[in-house]
Design a protein around this ligand. Structure first.
Ligand SMILES: Cc1cc2nc3c(=O)[nH]c(=O)nc-3n(C[C@H](O)[C@H](O)[C@H](O)COP(=O)(O)OP(=O)(O)OC[C@H]3O[C@@H](n4cnc5c(N)ncnc54)[C@H](O)[C@@H]3O)c2cc1C
Length: 476
């Protein structure tokens, strides 16, 4: 008999899990993916394919965009090679310092980046030696101070533009520089959805995954007698399966949009309560014509005033992705509140002002914005944020709860379930593979067998001791 598996959530984690189970050489699993969204799977990978009625087949990623090439064995980079998907390196960075209107690039910038990384690593090392958790910002500021580095030096200015520095309570002790700040340089031509589609479609003779859109799961109920799991949907329907892989974003579990009967062990709720999420958003702006250097991948500027920090100070050249006149602007964690309260017109005005600083007033003035698109991951149904991060006071053990299933067959996957690759695409993918492998290893069946054997052993022992008591009574 096949093992029926429901994968809940069609993001990278859920799809990776479904792909591994579906490819099982012994063909032991029947897998269905249930995805809440009506129109697409992919979760936080969202390549918008039509920006406007008259711009057809134009690709822009409003969610994840980069793959990290600096970590060892990124499985998604391996997949891109396997599927022969066209990829590119985002290419060189240009860094504009507003204080002196200077553009930094080339060797000087690369050298300052190297120094920035070295300084951050040394700051973290010192924090680790002291053993008391502080924020990345505090650790780095202390190091900058101890080294007597000028506040306006390129190295310290660069560090202050990094995401980890700008999240107030990013844990220094759990900081892994390559996971967040460095190494994200690989892009997929025509958008990341291509990779997700290929995972779903399968490689060569692999069977396509069965994905059921518009299936919002509300409850997972364990039927202990039958060792089955009931999956209940929002519309009242329910199915019974042998195992589930829960691959929804952590917000869904934190706000009880998905409930468990009986509730999960206490440690799960403790971990879920402690984990935090970054917020970052993106706009994509289409222009009538390209006016920025084609060979550059990213343009970063320091804010003119501190209240501008993180607000459209980073721009990505999407021409590298879709060969069109598109720029993508980023809104960092520290600036999202402002972003949510603004109209599209205000955002377009601010965007143009920033671009005028980067590329010159006269140049930008000659061009028109033909389209503007913005993400809203905070309000996006069934998502609710960008990605998990380790905050001050978190310990590595928090994530241990996700390593083992809740028997008889509830497994967890998702970017937030692993400290190694926390908040990233490769982390999400690896977590899905890990959950599927745990299921394939038959952990819960083994545990059930052991429990049964123990029960039988205890029963026999008590029968034996009852018999001895009876025979002693007879003797007396
Ligand atoms: C703006 C932005 C930029 C990013 N940039 C990068 C980047 O460049 N590189 C990188 O590595 N990472 C990046 N990330 C992070 C990366 O996107 C995520 O870590 C990863 O996509 C998470 O995958 P997941 O499968 O864990 O979750 P998700 O992709 O969120 O998938 C979960 C799925 O579950 C579904 N779901 C929710 N509730 C239910 C329910 N009740 N029933 C059924 N289905 C449900 C959701 O609709 C969703 O499809 C970025 C994220 C954002 C938002």
């Amino acid at each position: 008999r096949h093992t029926n598996v429901a994968v809940i959530g069609g993001g990278v984690a859920g799809l990776a899990a479904a792909r591994v189970l579906s490819n099982d050489r012994l063909n032991r699993f029947l897998v269905q993916v249930y995805e809440a969204k009506r129109e697409r799977y992919g979760g936080r990978v969202w390549t918008k394919r039509n920006l406007s009625a008259n711009s057809k087949e134009i690709e822009a990623d409003l969610g994840a965009m980069f793959l990290n090439s600096k970590i060892k064995d990124n499985p998604l980079i391996e997949l891109i090679k396997k599927f022969e998907i066209e990829k590119d390196s985002i290419g060189p960075l240009e860094f504009y310092t507003s204080s002196n209107s200077k553009i930094h690039q080339g060797h000087d910038l690369t050298e300052a980046m190297r120094k920035a990384k070295e300084l951050m690593l040394s700051a973290i090392e010192k924090a680790k030696r002291k053993g008391k958790d502080i924020s990345v910002r505090e650790a780095v500021n202390q190091e900058i101070f101890e080294r007597g580095l000028e506040e306006n030096s390129l190295t310290s200015v660069l560090i202050k533009a990094l995401p980890s520095y700008n999240i107030n309570d990013y844990s220094a002790l759990l900081y892994a520089p390559d996971q967040l700040d460095f190494g994200y340089d690989t892009i997929v031509k025509f958008g990341l959805a291509e990779l997700v589609d290929r995972i779903v479609g399968g490689f060569e003779a692999e069977a396509p995954l069965d994905i059921n859109l518009r299936h919002v799961v509300r409850q997972i109920k364990v039927d202990d007698k039958r060792k089955q799991i009931l999956v209940r949907f929002r519309d009242g329907r329910q199915i019974s399966v042998d195992a589930v892989i829960v691959a929804v974003p952590m917000t869904v579990l934190q706000n009880d949009s998905l409930l468990f009967e009986p509730p999960l062990p206490k440690e799960f709720y403790k971990t879920l309560h402690e984990l935090k999420l970054t917020l970052s958003e993106r706009i994509v702006v289409e222009f009538d014509e390209m006016f920025w250097p084609q060979d550059k991948g990213m343009f970063v500027m320091t804010p003119e005033k501190s209240s501008d920090a993180g607000f459209l100070t980073t721009w990505i050249n999407l021409n590298k992705v879709n060969n069109k006149a598109y720029l993508a602007g980023s809104i960092g964690h520290q600036a999202v509140d402002k972003f949510y309260s603004m109209t599209d017109e205000t955002i377009a005005d601010i965007a143009l002002n920033r671009l005028k600083k980067l590329f010159g007033d006269d140049v930008v003035r000659q061009h028109n914005v033909t389209n503007l698109l913005r993400s809203d991951w905070l309000k996006s149904l069934y998502i609710g944020g960008s990605s998990a991060y380790p905050s001050v006071g978190n310990t590595g053990e928090l994530w241990d709860v996700f390593d083992l299933p809740v028997c008889p067959g509830i497994y967890f996957a998702g970017e937030y379930t692993t400290l190694d690759g926390l908040g990233t695409l490769h982390g999400a993918y690896n977590s899905g593979v890990k959950a599927a492998e745990a299921l394939m290893s038959g952990y819960c069946e083994q545990k059930a067998r052991e429990e049964q054997e123990l029960k039988e052993k205890n029963l026999k022992a008590s029968e034996k001791s009852n018999k001895t008591v009876d025979s002693k009574k007879d003797e007396l």
